[in-house]
Design a protein around this ligand. Structure first.
Ligand code: NAD
Length: 256
């Protein structure tokens, strides 16, 4: 379905981003990966799917590196058609204890980076009259949890940003939408499970059960594959007129 298209997925060396990159590659899209950590394993996993795969190590907190990445993607593949703004970090602390550098990093990586990638990718998408911008927000773009002020502010911000850009592109073939996952068991959440287990002196499995029971009525983690299948749907012609939505995949979290 996506043969001939190029996807740039930020933060795709792990978790949800890697799932998105694999699903888009399975549909035939060329993929540019980005992110830190085990780059080679991610690259090998996506390359196995038979499309062209590239990697750029831009730090998503740095505008100049983001611009270099977008330009490199366009130069290497000839276009950037599907932009998945996924890179994100978390820090948990009460607002009066929140480290200033963590606040700045969360706003830069989880919110401002999407402004930069979008402003740079949009002109080419509009010229070709086809594009997809998928912002990986969170249920925390719709509702709050205590001790996550920076994350909740950034995610509410990206939901608002999604709606604005969707309106600006509404008469073109470029759609802009957000996906809002609840708990997904990735390294980002495993850290919170570990912290809970250590603090309460309980097992990892009990910490997972507690985490789910507090917020996610299905008592099941959403998987990166489920989110990636939604992304593929949002890239399909059936989704041509879906614009500016914040689509939660959260086991009932925000229905409460
Ligand atoms: P993860 O920790 O598995 O992956 C995060 C990715 O971002 C990694 O590839 C990492 O290298 C990359 N990254 C981090 N800082 C970066 C930087 N400065 N520059 C470039 N890349 C950077 O986390 P995940 O759970 O897969 O999270 C992906 C996105 O999904 C995030 O935006 C997160 O907020 C969102 N999300 C996650 C959950 C969840 O339950 N896991 C729920 C809702 C939303």
């Amino acid at each position: 379905m996506l043969k001939g298209k190029t996807a740039l997925v930020t933060g795709s060396t792990s978790g949800i981003g890697l799932g998105m990159a694999m699903a888009l590659a399975r549909q035939g899209a060329n993929v540019m990966l980005n992110g830190f950590g085990d780059v080679e394993t991610a690259r090998a996993e996506v390359s196995r799917l038979g499309t062209r795969v590239s990697y750029h190590g831009a730090d998503m907190s740095k505008a100049i590196e983001i611009e270099a990445m977008v330009r490199a993607c366009e130069a290497e593949f000839g276009s950037l058609d599907i932009l998945v703004n996924n890179a994100g970090i978390q820090h948990v602390a009460k607002v009066e204890d929140f480290p200033v550098d963590r606040w700045d990093a969360i706003i830069a990586i989880n919110l401002t980076s999407a402004f930069h990638t979008t402003r740079l990718a949009l002109p080419g998408m509009k010229r070709r009259n086809w594009g997809r911008v998928l912002n990986i927000a969170s249920v925390h773009g719709l509702v709050a949890s205590a001790e996550k002020s920076a994350y909740v502010a950034a995610k509410h911000g990206i939901v608002g940003f999604t709606k604005t850009v969707a309106l600006e592109a509404a008469t073109t073939g470029v759609t802009v939408n957000a996906i809002c996952p609840g708990w997904v068991l990735t390294p980002l959440v495993q850290k919170q499970v570990d912290a809970r287990a250590a603090q309460a002196g309980i097992s990892n499995d009990d910490a997972k059960r507690q985490l789910l029971a507090e917020k996610q009525p299905s008592l099941q983690f959403t998987t990166p594959e489920q989110l990636a299948d939604l992304a593929v749907f949002l890239c399909s012609p059936a989704a041509d007129n879906i614009r500016g939505v914040a689509w939660n995949v959260d086991g009932g979290w925000v229905a409460q």
